[in-house]
Design a protein around this ligand. Structure first.
Ligand code: NDP
Length: 244
């Protein structure tokens, strides 16, 4: 029987390429989106046209009830969820002195509380099945800190702590929890950065390139596969060698 993955924020960027890769590998894919309905539906159609099993589920992951309803829809359609990719996230470039409480709260509501809601909603099933893979998207800024991104860096650091603690708690349930902390990847998330800033980041990257979504998707897929059964509680950073 095909395995099922739920990928949050799969309407575009890293999540969309991750959905493509899981589908190629024969998984049932649940594509979560919040606002980008057309893009999520287009991705679902693309995957189905290739013979894959895919479904679209809308939810703002910051809202517990929406997440519960999303997970219920996925379980009703595909059965058990074998892997959860907590990918959905938001970023914002802003001087620390200009970060409002509203900015701060939304950053944590999506990037941290959203991951908590989604994990809570799937993990009991995984415990009952004595199997499951959870992959959380942090960022290189969650490890090194990013200037003008204090709230983003703090939220992504929380993802690291969450991953390590949960991995310890769920190890005996045979559930692997890992964290992917990418460097700079070419997605709309970086659209606010100027061409000069992107060029500088490229120059600072030892491999001399900005990462592609597929670079991250390949790692996420590996961590969800049975090849990664002995890997848990780890933070792995596809970043072209960029360490600041
Ligand atoms: P994008 O901005 O390209 O896409 C973000 C995705 O998250 C969209 O599908 C969006 O859905 C979804 N999303 C945002 N808020 C919510 C929400 N409240 N509920 C549900 N879905 C939501 O981001 P990337 O692909 O670049 O990033 C993916 C992950 O990787 C993020 O966690 C990000 O922090 C992390 N990352 C990215 C890096 C980069 O350089 N790009 C570097 C390091 C980490 P919709 O459009 O439907 O609202």
């Amino acid at each position: 029987m095909n395995k099922t993955v739920l990928i949050t924020g799969a309407s575009r960027g890293i999540g969309a390429d991750t959905a493509r890769l899981f589908a190629e590998q024969g998984w049932n894919v649940a594509i979560n989106y919040n606002h980008s309905e057309h893009r999520a539906l287009a991705l679902e159609a693309e995957l189905k046209a290739q013979g894959a099993s895919a479904m679209v589920v809308q939810a703002d992951i910051a809202e517990a009830q929406q997440v519960q309803s999303m997970v219920h829809q996925v379980q009703s359609h595909f059965g058990t969820i074998d892997a959860l990719v907590n990918n959905a996230g938001i970023a914002q470039q802003r001087l620390f002195t200009e970060i409002t409480e509203e900015d701060w709260n939304r950053m944590f509501d999506v990037n941290v509380k959203g991951m908590y809601h989604c994990t809570q909603a799937v993990v009991r099933d995984m415990i009952n099945n004595h199997a499951g893979k959870i992959i959380n998207l942090s960022s290189i800024w969650g490890i090194t800190g990013g200037s003008c991104e204090v709230h983003y860096s703090a939220a992504k650091a929380a993802v690291v702590g969450f991953t390590k603690a949960l991995a310890k708690e769920l190890g005996l349930s045979n559930i692997q929890v890992n964290c992917v902390a990418p460097g700079v990847i070419d997605t709309e998330m970086n659209a606010a950065l100027t061409a000069d800033a992107m060029e500088q980041l490229k120059e600072e990257t030892p491999l001399g390139v900005i990462g592609k979504c597929s670079d991250v998707a390949n790692l996420i897929y590996f961590l969800a596969s049975d090849k990664a059964d002995f890997i848990t509680g780890q933070v792995i950073s596809p970043n072209g060698g960029l360490v600041i």
